[in-house]
Ligand binder design. Structure first.
Ligand SMILES: [Zn+2]
Ligand SMILES: [Zn+2]
Length: 267
């Protein structure tokens, strides 16, 4: 079992020391983890919630020293990279500069919306929920199309409890699922929603079913911003997935994807 999405205090909204995340993972029997802190963005955009450019060396050095210290667990180097339309050149050159094992794509902001509005706390009274979903998923689709990223992070982060995405925007999802497949990307099963108001994984099970059916590889991620959340509810979600046939699990190293079949040994 692996956890491919962990934050560090460098993003200023995560707590605990890196060693606490690692020890929490070891305690839970997790074999491989990846630190994926929030990428610095141009013009210090959203600096409050992410690393500064000059933190990158600190971040990479911390990970390297953890790798040396902890031999009982495999530790990978990753990044959670925001896709925001207009930042393509920056993203391409940033990602290619560092020795990442994997790069998670995250859409936290939509270009056409008022600057600085997070997708989970937007205020767009003139738009219907269908339009809001559509704006978000169009941005996700564009991000996938860049080819810069390995994994689609929290795919349906935009979701509202009372508005099923597949009821109103299944077209968006179908396009995204096909594009992820064409691009050879993976999708994270992000359990952080299970301790948030939404109380669901990202993506929801109905969307995840489509992803698995298409043959897209998945991987587990807690998106931990504190050490106790490492591996959060992975066992429960794994058990649920064991009912599906042909689930492909993805692992990464140096941005190279390896596929595994979900079997009882994981459960
Ligand atoms: Zn975060
Ligand atoms: Zn994250």
């Amino acid at each position: 079992m692996n956890d491919y999405h962990l934050h560090t205090k460098l993003c200023k909204h995560a707590t605990g020391e890196m060693y606490e995340y690692i020890e929490s993972a070891i305690e839970k029997g997790i074999k491989e983890i990846c630190f994926t802190d929030h990428i610095p963005l141009p013009d210090e955009f959203d600096l409050k919630h992410r690393m500064r450019l000059k933190d990158m060396d600190v971040y990479l050095n911390w990970i390297e020293s953890c790798k040396k210290k902890y031999k009982e667990i495999s530790i990978l180097t990753g990044i959670e990279a925001d896709y925001i339309e207009g930042y393509e050149d920056y993203l391409e050159s940033f990602i290619s500069q560092y020795p990442f094992d994997l790069v998670i794509m995250a859409v936290h902001f939509v270009k056409q919306w008022p600057k600085g509005q997070w997708v989970f706390s937007y205020n767009l009274p003139d738009k219907s929920i269908t339009q809001i979903y559509n704006d978000y998923f169009e941005a996700v689709l564009k991000g996938i199309n860049t080819g810069f990223f390995d994994i689609v992070g929290h795919l349906d982060l935009i979701k509202e409890s009372n508005f099923s995405i597949l009821k109103t925007n299944s077209n968006n999802i179908d396009k995204i699922v096909n594009k992820i497949f064409d691009r050879g990307m993976s999708v994270e099963v992000n359990t952080s929603g299970l301790h948030k108001h939404i109380n669901e994984i990202y993506p929801s099970f109905d969307i995840l079913k489509k992803i698995i059916k298409k043959g897209i590889p998945i991987l587990f991620s807690s998106d931990s911003h504190s050490p106790e959340h490492v591996g959060f509810k992975f066992n429960e979600v794994m058990k649920y997935l064991s009912d599906f046939n042909g689930v492909k699990l993805a692992t990464y190293k140096k941005r190279h994807l390896t596929l595994h079949t979900l079997t009882q040994e994981y459960i």
